[in-house]
Design a protein around this ligand. Structure first.
Ligand code: URA
Length: 425
């Protein structure tokens, strides 16, 4: 048991952990042989001191080996996955997975539920009546082969060390560390067993990484971990100063995703979906596939419906709507200077769309419909956003933050939007 103390002090003093130390600590913590305070101390030392590329790679392998790697070798289509580090209004997985499936690849998306201001993909899909996130492995493999896309909850065997460690990081101020974030994300993605991976690393006020240099460092760390594990990985850096699309909230984001699959939807959501689809299809060895054509001819929508039906959902059912709405209006005329992603994300969370502790339920209909983008001209009294919630007492706290987040002035602020960089490949 005392083996842990020299490991903590070595890292506290800026040392490099040996392979044996990394293997031991990840295994012992998962087995309950290292206490939560001891692990918290080690994690904080890692936040402050960092980890080398070799330590991070070993840490990632140890987390993968705490569970079982999925075997996708029975799938006849090329497999490729995508991961976003999380942003406000980031519903891209919803149109992207069926679109890439319609182009001939198979997309195994093991996703999580949201915690904090960036919603989880499973929470969004659970707004669809009947849809189930839990898919047993044989059914998942069948769906991957038949439909080409599955978005479901990760089973307990996928990197269980990360699951336990992430819960501890979340309550000990130890999330914000590039080696810890990179190893957490990549352990799950490598264990998932896909043949290629495309990362969408968000950068800006509504993302984990607030600046381009930090986002580049995270992207580089993840691309290197992929390379070390034999998983070809490419990362796009994309702006997250302002929300993606006009809808933020679970059912609202499904609605907007379906609009994209129908050939419409906001340009930023549609463009990013197509850019990521192109990267995924290249990674899958399908350079001739034409995702724009598959959106236009309805085959992406067809794959969406099959994907939803395969998991018990009714793609034609009306989506839940919140009981109450409230409108935020402009006090004065001018131009929309900025729509702050973090402010919108927090307001949506306050409206009941997100959770503050694991296991809490979320309101399917809660969220915000934006009526303006940065640069839009507005007159006094124009609607800037419509807030949706089942619990009207949530409107005031949500509005309090939102008033400073949607700013009307005289000039558009500089913001990070669109694709900013590409790393790897
Ligand atoms: N997402 C993860 O899965 N892990 C992190 O550490 C951060 C974001």
């Amino acid at each position: 048991m005392s083996e842990i103390v020299p490991i903590i002090t070595a890292k506290r003093d800026g040392g490099e952990l040996t392979d044996a130390q990394v293997d031991w600590v990840v295994r012992a913590y998962t087995a309950g042989q290292v206490s939560e305070p001891q692990m918290a101390a080690l994690l904080m030392a890692i936040v402050l001191r960092g980890m080398t590329r070799a330590e991070t790679a070993r840490w990632t392998t140890a987390m993968i080996d705490s569970g079982t790697r999925m075997d996708l070798s029975a799938i006849t289509r090329p497999t490729v996955d995508k991961h976003s580090t999380g942003g406000v209004g980031d519903k891209i997985t919803l149109p992207l997975a069926p679109l890439v499936a319609a182009c001939g690849a198979a997309v195994p998306q093991l996703s999580g539920r949201g915690l904090g201001h960036t919603g989880g993909t499973l929470d969004k899909l659970e707004a669809i009546p009947g849809w189930r996130a839990d898919v047993p492995l044989p059914a998942m493999l069948r769906q991957l082969e038949d439909v080409g896309a599955v978005v479901c909850a990760a089973g307990p065997d996928l990197a269980p060390a990360d699951r336990k460690m992430y819960a501890l990081r979340d309550v000990t101020g130890t999330v914000e560390s590039i080696p810890l974030i990179a190893s957490s994300i990549m352990s799950k993605k490598i264990a998932e067993g896909a043949g290629g991976l495309v990362l969408d690393v968000k950068v800006g006020g509504g993302a984990f990484m607030k600046t381009l240099p930090d986002a580049r460092a995270l992207a580089r760390a993840m691309v290197d971990l992929g390379a070390d594990a034999g998983l070809p990985t490419v990362a796009l850096l994309t702006g997250m100063d302002t929300p993606l699309g006009m809808m933020v909230g679970n059912a609202l984001e499904v609605e907007e995703s379906v609009a994209v699959l129908a050939g419409g939807g906001p340009a930023d959501v549609r463009d990013l979906t197509l850019v990521l689809a192109r990267e995924m299809l290249d990674a899958a060895g399908l350079p001739d596939a034409d995702p724009a054509a598959r959106l236009a001819d309805g085959s992406a929508m067809d794959h969406w419906r099959r994907m939803i039906r395969a998991q018990g959902g009714d793609p034609h059912a009306a989506l839940p709507r919140a009981v109450e709405t409230e409108t935020l209006r402009a006090h004065e005329g001018g131009v929309v200077e900025r729509v702050d992603a973090l402010a919108v994300g927090l307001a949506v969370w306050r409206l009941g769309a997100g959770r503050s502790a694991p296991g809490q339920s979320v309101q399917a209909g809660a969220g915000i419909e934006l009526h303006v983008r940065p640069g839009d001209p507005v007159r006094a009294g124009d609607a800037l956003a419509t807030l949706h919630s089942d619990t009207p007492e949530r409107f005031e706290p949500a509005l309090a933050g939102l008033r400073d987040g949607i700013v009307v002035g005289s000039a558009v602020a500089d913001t990070l939007v669109g694709v900013l960089d590409r790393i790897g490949g």
